[in-house]
Write a new protein. Structure first.
Length: 104
């Protein structure tokens, strides 16, 4: 019976740590720019897009396809950068636990 209470106590502690990790992720931010510097994005650790800036010259209708490609490429760079931050934070929190690769 005591073992059951210990397990419940550990589960509560894990839940608390998970909540703290979620708060920490929300506070981590990453800023990236497109290769030509005409688009910049800010993303938090929860993969939420916080801000985007687009050079006015890209807003002309004739630049629509180019703008779409730059937005996609810049978003992909932002995702990779924030994933690196998340992995570093998770390693710091979990230490060297042998749990394999994270899915992010």
């Amino acid at each position: 019976m005591a073992n059951m209470f210990d397990m419940l106590k550990q589960a509560a502690q894990i839940k608390k740590q998970a909540g703290q990790f979620q708060k920490m992720l929300a506070s981590k931010e990453c800023s990236v720019s497109s290769p030509d510097g005409k688009i910049s994005m800010k993303v938090n650790g929860k993969m939420e897009l916080l801000a985007i800036e687009i050079s006015p010259e890209l807003l002309a209708p004739e630049h629509k396809t180019h703008l779409e490609k730059l937005l996609l490429k810049t978003w992909q760079v932002a995702q990779k950068e924030i994933e690196k931050i998340i992995q570093a934070e998770a390693r710091g929190l979990l230490g060297d636990l042998p749990i394999g690769n994270f899915p992010f």
